[in-house]
Design a binder for this molecule. Structure first.
Ligand code: PFF
Ligand code: NA
Length: 462
């Protein structure tokens, strides 16, 4: 314990703060933007059912493992892995789990910030009434105006990252903890208001049936793997974020309880987002399979023609920006905590250096929407590549390493002591899932990604 204070990283103010911060990390663009559109593309209820199975059978055990390693190590993800590796007497190569995680997080931050910038732009467009009474072409015009100007998009990306850095600079108690105490309740209130609105003004029955009535649907392998990958992303796994946050968790807090609470809240937000978007989409006779543009095109179009749509649309984009903000704050943490310990520098220098580097890398993503849009290698532009390498390759690899280390290398006594579970069956089920099901599932995601990569190499002009 005392080491945590010597390391200068600090500790959460109370046992609830970990749940608050980790929920802030989990609930993000993945819930509000990506989950509804993936469910829409994959036919609704069957996808939702598989997603929930993956979340609770693969995601939850792995999340417990990440938090456990973080709290046991008590340092930044790299430091924690170094310490645990030494204690377990295994190869020092395991330290790469921490390094790869922090690196993946850094890369993901660079483009998460650009999408966060998009949502900030939409808060303003929507507030200034650009979507009021708009037709499909008007809505599409707003989208292309935001993305086509490199300068404007850089501005939004910069603003978003500055907001993230301001919170992070103030440290985990004065910055993260204080801001999340405001951001998270606001997020849940907005969600409730919007749900009520969808109930009043949308086609709620059809939305409900679409998400939960899976009588005549078939389940495909591809949809299952997408669901699994998304469960991973949604719980912020594989980036060392939960390890870093776990290191600030008091020993008295229960890891199992916290993780189940986080997974439930993450699910509530994802399902609520679906129950907001689909009733509104159906009420306007729009297509639920609109994909990527479901949120940025279909929703503004639908709301532009509903009562109070101007106001509600603005609220919706504020909700998205808040969710993206609290997630981005968390993605910065592993690299910042690591730099702080590695170079014994102040938190301020660490945040400024890591933040500016992420900003610079993010410019590549900004340009991928405009001036570099056609600069492709094997069919993907800069953004496509770094998204693929970080989300589809690095995250599952780190997840696999975490599962194998926590399930096979770390001694059982440490596992048992750290989790301190009340029921023996809960502990043995967790161990079983972590040792067998999680690695098999993660290898399956990796194999599919690798297969996609190889077929892209063979047919570069597809
Ligand atoms: N869990 C976030 C979401 O669902 O949007 C995304 C995310 C945040 C992934 C932080 C990873 C991370 F470290
Ligand atoms: Na999520």
């Amino acid at each position: 314990m005392s080491e945590r204070y010597e390391s200068g990283l600090g500790s959460w103010g109370s046992r609830w703060t970990f749940i608050l911060a980790a929920t802030g990390s989990a609930v993000g663009l993945g819930n509000i933007w990506k989950f509804p559109y993936m469910a829409g593309e994959n036919g609704g209820a069957a996808f939702v059912a598989i997603y929930l199975l993956c979340l609770f059978l693969v995601g939850v055990p792995l999340l417990m493992a990440e938090v456990l390693l973080g709290r046991r190590g008590g340092q930044n993800p790299v430091g924690s892995m170094a310490k645990l590796t030494a204690a377990a007497g295994t190869s020092r190569a395991w330290i790469w789990t921490g390094r790869l995680g922090a690196l993946a997080g850094f890369i993901i931050l660079s483009f998460y910030s650009v999408v966060g910038g998009f949502s900030l732009a939409y808060v303003f467009n929507s507030a200034f009434g650009d979507f009021v009474g708009a037709g499909p072409e008007d809505v599409a015009a707003v989208f292309s105006a935001v993305q086509s100007s490199a300068v404007e998009l850089t501005g939004w990306h910069t603003l978003f990252l500055v907001l993230v850095m301001i919170v992070s600079l103030r440290g985990i108690n004065q910055g993260l903890e204080k801001s999340l105490r405001i951001i998270m309740p606001m997020l849940f209130i907005l969600l409730a208001v919007l749900l009520w609105y969808a109930w009043e003004h949308g086609d709620f029955d059809q939305g409900l049936a679409f998400l939960f009535d899976f009588s005549a649907q078939k389940i495909t392998w591809q949809a299952s793997l997408d669901a699994l990958g998304h469960a991973f992303f949604s719980l912020s796994l594989g980036m060392g974020v939960m390890m870093a946050y776990g290191a600030y968790m008091p020993k008295s807090a229960s890891i199992g309880g916290a993780v189940v609470a986080i997974a439930l809240l993450d699910t509530v937000v994802a399902l609520s987002a679906g129950l907001i978007i689909f009733p509104i989409v159906f009420a306007n006779g729009l297509d639920p399979t609109a994909g990527f543009g479901l949120m940025f095109n279909a929703l503004p179009l639908a709301l532009g023609n509903l009562p109070f749509g101007h106001f509600v649309g603005t609220l919706f984009f504020v909700l998205i920006a808040l969710a993206a903000w609290s997630s981005a704050i968390s993605i910065l943490e592993p690299a910042v905590a690591w730099s702080q310990q590695r170079w014994r520098c102040s938190r301020t220098s660490a945040v400024v250096v890591v933040g500016c580097a992420a900003w610079l890398l993010g410019l590549g993503t900004v340009f991928s929407f405009n001036i570099w849009a056609d600069a492709t290698l094997l069919g993907a532009n800069f953004f496509g590549w770094i998204d693929f390498v970080s989300s589809s390759l690095m995250l599952p690899i780190v997840g696999l390493l975490v599962a194998v280390f926590a399930g096979w290398k770390l001694d059982v006594a440490s596992r048992r002591e750290e989790l301190a579970m009340r029921w023996a069956w809960a502990f043995s089920s967790w161990q079983w899932l972590l040792k067998y099901l999680v690695p098999v599932a993660v290898v399956a995601i990796l194999a599919i990604s690798a297969w996609g990569f190889v077929s892209a190499l063979q047919n570069p002009f597809d």
